[in-house]
Design a protein around this ligand. Structure first.
Ligand code: SAH
Length: 350
C-alpha cells in the first residue's frame, strides 16, 4: 500500500498514469489531502471509479488524539498523537505575538542520547514519514481552528537523522497547493550531525538552522551529548561556518543552561570565540527539569547572557511556555509510557 500523502504532485501524476487516469487529477487529490481529507470518499470531485482504484492501492494517514493538554498559564496546546501503527508522538502549539508556532516531531523516539533530554531515554523506534510530519501541522490547525504561521522541527527526534523524509516534508508543507508555509517561517534544530548540516547547506534553503550547542568545549559536550564523540565541537563549528558561507543565513545556537556544567563565564567566552566570523544568535533555554535526569537548571542565566553580550553577540532567554503541561518535548510521551507500565505498550516499541 502507498502512503499517498507523502507523495509530491509529480509522483501523484505518475501514479495516475499507471492507473490510466488523467494527470490533472493529481492537483485535486493533493488539495484534498492537504486540507485534511481522511478518506477517498471525501474527494467529491473525483469519479467514484477513481476513488475505488485509489482505495485499493493507497492509504491516507490519519493520526488520532491520544491525549491533549491545554496550558492554563498561556494556552499552549500539547498533543500526543497515535499513529497508524500504534506508536505515539508529540506536537506542541504555542502562541506568540508574531503568530502561532507548531513544534513537530521527526522520529518516534531518538537515538542521540543527550543526557538532559526526555526523548532519548527509550531510544529511537522509527523515522516519521513525510505525511506523519505534515499531519502534525494539518491536524493541529484543524483541531484547534487556529492558523499556523511558523513551524519548528524541535520536537522528538533528530531531523538530520531522517533527512530525506524531512526534506520531502518541507517540500510538501511549502507547496502552494498545500499549507504553503514559507521557508523563512520554518526552523530545523539539530544536535550537530555534520554530514547532514553540509547536505542541507547545498540546498540553500531559506529556513533557519538551529544548532543545539549546550557546551562550547568538547570535554563538557561529550559528557552531555554523545553525538560530540562522533563530530566534535571544532568539526561542528567548521560545518556551521560552511553553512553560513553557502546560505548566508544566520544560525541560531540553542543552549540549555545546566547548573555547574555549562554555565561558567569561560564557556560564554569560548562560544563567542567559536562564532566569530559569522552572525550568530544564542538562545539560552532554562533547563526543563526531567525527573529521570540528575542535571539541574542553572541559576546564572542572566550573568551568562551579559557575558555573551559583552562580546557583541545577541543572546535571548527563551520564555518557557506550557510549564504546567509537560511541554518540553518528549515528556508527555515519556509519562504516558510510564503510566502504561514502561516501554512495553504501544507508545514506542514495535
Ligand atoms: N534533535 C534536535 C531537535 C529536538 S530537541 C536537536 O537536538 O536539536 C529540541 C531542543 O530541546 C534541543 O535544543 C534540545 O537540546 C533541547 N532540550 C532537550 N531536552 C531539554 C531539557 N530538558 N531542557 C531544555 N532543553 C532541552
Amino acid at each position: 500500500m502507498i502512503d499517498i500523502k507523502s507523495m509530491t504532485q509529480e509522483e501523484l501524476g505518475a501514479l495516475l498514469r499507471q492507473l490510466d487516469e488523467p494527470a490533472f487529477r493529481s492537483s485535486q487529490i493533493f488539495a484534498w489531502l492537504h486540507r485534511g481529507a481522511t478518506s477517498f470518499d471525501d474527494m467529491s470531485n473525483l469519479p467514484k471509479a477513481l476513488r475505488r482504484k485509489l482505495e485499493e492501492s493507497c492509504y491516507i494517514t490519519v493520526p488520532t488524539v491520544e491525549r491533549k493538554q491545554i496550558s492554563r498559564l498561556d494556552g499552549t496546546v500539547k498533543y500526543l498523537w497515535r499513529l497508524r501503527d500504534g506508536n505515539c508522538i508529540e506536537t506542541v502549539l504555542m502562541h506568540y505575538h508574531h503568530g502561532n508556532t507548531v513544534c513537530i516531531s521527526s522520529q518516534v523516539g531518538c537515538r542521540m542520547g543527550c543526557a538532559f533530554c526526555a526523548s532519548a531515554i527509550a531510544g529511537r523506534v522509527r523515522d516519521l514519514s513525510p505525511s506523519e510530519m505534515l499531519d502534525q501541522v494539518l491536524f493541529t490547525t484543524l483541531d484547534t481552528g487556529e492558523d499556523i504561521s511558523n513551524i519548528v522541527l524541535m520536537g522528538i527526534g533528530e531531523p538530520l537523522d531522517n533527512l530525506n523524509n524531512v526534506l520531502r516534508f518541507l517540500e510538501l508543507v511549502h507547496h502552494r497547493d498545500g499549507l504553503h508555509i514559507g521557508m523563512r517561517h520554518i526552523s530545523l534544530s539539530t544536535c550537530g550531525l555534520v554530514p547532514g548540516i553540509d547536505a542541507l547547506a547545498e540546498l540553500r534553503l531559506q529556513l533557519t538552522l538551529s544548532v543545539s550547542l549546550h557546551a562550547p568545549d568538547s570535554e563538557t559536550r561529550s559528557r552531555i551529548m554523545p553525538v560530540n564523540r562522533a563530530y566534535d565541537v571544532e568539526q561542528l563549528f567548521d560545518a556551521c561556518h560552511r553553512y553560513f558561507e553557502k546560505t548566508g543565513r544566520r544560525i541560531s545556537f540553542e543552549y540549555a543552561m545546566i547548573d555547574g556544567v555549562n554555565d561558567h563565564d569561560w564557556q560564554a567566552d569560548l562560544i563567542a570565540r567559536r562564532i566569530r566570523g559569522m552572525p550568530g544568535h544564542v538562545n539560552l533555554i532554562p533547563l526543563n527539569d526531567v525527573v529521570e535526569r540528575p542535571l539541574k537548571p542553572s541559576r546564572r542565566i542572566a550573568a551568562f547572557q551579559k557575558r555573551l553580550e559583552s562580546h557583541g553577540l545577541t543572546a535571548t532567554v527563551r520564555r518557557s511556555l506550557g510549564g504546567d503541561i509537560d511541554a518540553s518535548c518528549g515528556q508527555l510521551r515519556r509519562r504516558a509510557m510510564d503510566e502504561k507500565g514502561g516501554a512495553h505498550e504501544n507508545l514506542g516499541h514495535h
